[in-house]
Design a protein around this ligand. Structure first.
Ligand code: PMV
Length: 321
């Protein structure tokens, strides 16, 4: 039995829409930061006494669409390794599940790492990234620590993530504002499929997202928080704009989401370098320098309680326990 740990990541430049649904190939490259605070530990054992795959998440049998995605990854690993045994998978999330905090990213990255090693394979991180992608697109990035780019690619082998800067030695952190940790109504899979098929804003999203890749990488390498933050906030707002344009239209925003977005803009007007990003859920993550945490948290405390705020720093890539 092998156990692997992977951390969640938050996209600064979002992945939002698949050009190949089966292979999970995205329309555009994306860029993320792996975080230290939220992670998943997954153990895998290919056991010849099993007559089906047994999958437990947080000690409960997994149900719903996640089962098929886990089996996709296990089937791929069985195919690559030539073993035919079923597997026992036990996964523990140290992250509020499906609240737009990308638990699927850490979950499938940990699954890719643990299952390949349990099957006797010794793969490169690039190959692990490709395997993790088959479970969830954002998981391709959680194989690596720090700032990571997922290359959209054009087929299975060309769509993988790689580090931009693994050891982030500058003062950037993320304040996560947990607005609602309940299960979201529109999964990211359904949300992105809906905008691809129905939102007239979608083509503009793809064009602008791809154009932002280079400037964002440059901002990371130059440790330019202002440019990086502005591009990240724009990416998030444009992604959410596609949902308003969908038919039927939908949004992940809740009243407190808007209140936080507005508070961040106001703090910026006062000269504090802070920027928002929001994934497929209501929670806001604030990108800032840790030297400004105290001021920002004090302001946010007027809208949410202190226990809704979690400060995250750059986190590491996959490890084996
Ligand atoms: O990896 P998925 O299928 O959970 O999609 C993630 C989509 C976003 O979190 C909204 C953006 C991203 O790049 O992580």
């Amino acid at each position: 039995m092998i156990t692997a740990r992977a951390h969640t990541n938050i996209a600064f430049l979002k992945y939002w829409g698949k050009k190949n649904v089966k292979l999970i190939l995205p329309y555009n490259d994306s860029i993320s930061l792996t975080l230290d605070r939220f992670y998943t530990d997954t153990s895998v054992d290919f056991d010849q006494s099993l007559d089906h795959d047994e999958i437990f998440v947080d000690e409960k049998p997994l149900t719903g669409s996640g089962v098929k995605r886990v089996k996709n990854v296990l089937d791929l690993v069985r195919h690559l390794s030539g073993i035919s045994n079923f597997a026992k998978v036990q996964s523990t999330n140290h992250v509020p599940s499906t609240a737009g905090l990308a638990s699927s990213a850490s979950a499938f990255a940990a699954l890719a790492a643990a299952s390949t090693k349990a099957a006797g394979l010794n793969l490169s991180n690039r190959q692990l990234s490709i395997i993790a992608r088959h479970g969830s697109g954002s998981a391709s990035r959680s194989i690596f620590g720090g700032f990571v780019q997922w290359h959209a690619g054009h087929d299975d082998q060309s769509s993988y993530a790689e580090p931009i800067q693994e050891n982030v030695d500058w003062d950037i952190n993320l304040i996560t504002v947990l607005i609602n940790t309940a299960q979201k109504k529109v999964s990211s899979t359904n949300g992105m499929q809906s905008v691809v098929e129905t939102s007239p804003f979608y083509p503009a999203w793809v064009k602008n997202a791809q154009a932002d890749v280079k400037p964002m990488k440059t901002a990371i390498l130059n440790q330019n928080l202002a440019t990086l933050g502005e591009l990240a906030e724009q990416s998030a707002m444009r992604m959410h704009a596609t949902t308003f344009g969908a038919v039927p239209s939908f949004t992940y925003f809740q009243p407190q989401t808007l209140a936080i977005l507005s508070a961040v803009r106001n703090m910026r007007k006062q000269g504090v370098e802070c920027y928002s990003t929001v994934d497929a859920g209501p929670n806001v993550k604030i990108i800032c320098a840790s030297s400004d945490n105290e001021f920002i948290m004090h302001e946010l405390n007027q809208i949410v309680s202190a226990k809704q705020l979690v400060v995250c720093k750059p986190g590491p890539g996959i490890t084996y326990l």
